[in-house]
Design a protein around this ligand. Structure first.
Ligand code: NAD
Length: 481
């Protein structure tokens, strides 16, 4: 089955294709074929999308009851689940994900809409005791028109993570997908129409980040912005938002450590470390890209890890391998550059570091492990965003903690130990927005997610994200006697 790829812009529930629009080619990373064309928004379309979102906010969506908002979100969730085959096919072709992983991304997209459907009519204020003669309460109001600038790594999922809670809170949205993954979002727009979402509630405008993303971030008609992407772009977006004093949520990169102590199961640690770095071809912001192992258990864990790494099947997404390609030629060059750098800096390449011998097209690279990596080497400090793991050994907990906290990032961390006190001590002391203990990548839509240090500002998922899409108004009343 090959799903047709929608490519027009989606503004005010209309499909828009400006005559003079800039067009970009969209490449399938698994075979380098052109799968579609991206139609880019110009200034007029950015303005139309923001104006449409404003009209919907003060108009029909603003007048929709919270429970009816919840019903629309629930309908979207159902339709996403029903249309999993077409959505997963698009996500697979745009990102190169193995088909089961693409289906997983669609399932979690449906789950985001389901979760926030249930939240829509439970967003409440508080009352504050001021003593006799006064009433003080808070209103939790929707923020307004929200902008969402998305990355390419899990495109549908990232859209739902921001847009579902924004809509639940009563906001409207203008979405700018990544250049590499414009079509899945537009296929979702067909579902928004089927679900009966009023015009202007969600608008999707594609195009280059430097143009369309930048125009959206700088737009005075936006009340708040959620950005997921690299630190460098996050900084640019934050500066643009500063101009109009707009709140910004930044979900940025990571260099997440996994700490393995000598009382842990070497097999469990190796299995989870492989999952932590090879899932989505290492292109998760919270990939466990540094493996810190106590010297006493180092060789046992590394031996198992290498066996598992060499057994990883890398191949065409349609064959449902363990690992697909990287997203683009640019990303492939970047990853290969870091692999050369790792060897040049004196680390020991234990496996991978090359393209699979049976694949001469596509942006593939074999699972790669470096050991004897110095904690301050580039491959231990910088986000590679590929299946490249840096193994660093340590002698005791203090040393492990210092290495773990010794980067500019703080997104996630993993701890493998049977010692509950050590796990809890480290959970408190690690610089991270999420700490996984004895299993990596655990949690759900209900679990807040985000970073500290240069990994970002704000929390998404769970109920925490409602702070991003609501504003608190305090009403204080003198009750006349
Ligand atoms: P990127 O920063 O290059 O692009 C992200 C988005 O920003 C794209 O939509 C792009 O078009 C847009 N953009 C680019 N320049 C812009 C500008 N000047 N103004 C406004 N928008 C602009 O990042 P990427 O390469 O697409 O994604 C990879 C990065 O995203 C990695 O660093 C990864 O860690 C991070 N990421 C973080 C999370 C998280 O939740 N923390 C999730 C996924 C990805």
């Amino acid at each position: 089955m090959t799903t047709p790829l929608p490519n027009q812009l989606f503004i005010n529930n209309q499909w828009v294709s400006p005559a003079n629009a800039e067009r970009l080619e969209n490449i399938n990373p698994a075979d380098e074929s052109v799968i579609g064309e991206v139609i880019c928004a110009g200034e007029d379309e950015v303005n139309a999308a923001v104006a449409g979102a404003r009209r919907a906010f003060v108009g029909e969506w603003g007048k929709t009851t919270p429970w009816d908002r919840g019903r629309v979100l629930h309908k979207i969730s159902q339709l996403v689940s029903e249309q999993i085959d077409t959505l997963a096919d698009i996500e697979m072709r745009e990102t190169g994900k193995p088909i089961d992983a693409a289906r997983g991304s669609v399932i979690s997209t449906a789950r985001y809409f389901e979760f926030y459907a249930g939240v829509a009519d439970k967003i409440q204020g508080t009352s504050i005791p001021l003593g006799e003669g006064y009433l003080d309460f808070t209103l939790r109001e929707p923020l307004g028109v929200t902008a969402h600038i998305l990355p390419w790594n899990v495109p549908l999922n990232m859209l739902a993570r921001g847009v579902a809670p924004a809509l639940a809170a009563g906001c409207t949205a203008v979405v700018k997908p990544a250049e590499q993954t414009p079509h899945g979002a537009l296929r979702l727009a067909e579902i928004f129409l089927q679900a009966g979402l009023p015009a202007g509630v969600i608008n999707i405008i594609n195009g280059l980040g430097e143009k369309v993303g930048a125009a959206l971030a700088a737009h005075p008609g936006i009340d708040g912005l959620t950005f997921t992407g690299s630190v460098a772009t996050g900084r640019t977006v934050m500066r643009a938002c500063a101009e109009h004093i707009k709140p910004v949520v930044l979900e940025l990169g990571g260099k997440s450590p996994i700490l393995v102590f000598d009382d842990a199961s070497a097999d469990v640690a190796a299995t989870e470390a492989a999952k932590g770095i090879y899932s989505n071809t290492g292109q998760y912001c919270d990939a466990g890209s540094r493996l810190l192992i106590n010297r006493r258990i180092h060789d046992a864990v590394v031996d198992k890890l290498i066996t598992k790494s060499n057994a990883i099947k890398v191949g065409m997404p349609t064959d449902n391998p363990d690992m697909g390609p990287l997203i683009s030629a640019e990303q492939h060059d970047r990853v290969m550059g870091y692999i050369s750098r790792g060897s040049n800096d004196g680390a020991s390449l234990l496996c991978g570091g090359v393209r699979p011998s049976d694949l001469d097209k596509g942006y593939f690279v074999r699972p790669t492990v470096f050991s004897q990596v110095s904690a301050d080497a580039a491959i231990a400090q910088e986000e590679i965003f590929g299946p490249v793991l840096s193994v660093i050994s340590f002698d005791d907990e203090e040393e492990a903690l210092a290495i773990a906290n010794g980067t500019e990032f703080g997104l996630a961390a993993g701890v493998f130990t049977r010692d509950i006190d050590r796990a809890l001590r480290l959970a408190q002391r690690l610089d991270a927005g999420t700490v996984y203990v004895n299993e990596y990548f655990i949690g759900e839509m209900a679990s807040p997610f985000g970073g500290v240090k240069k990994s970002g500002i704000g929390r998404e998922r769970g109920l925490e994200t409602l702070a991003n899409y609501t504003r608190v108004k305090n009403v204080v009343i003198r009750v006349q006697g």
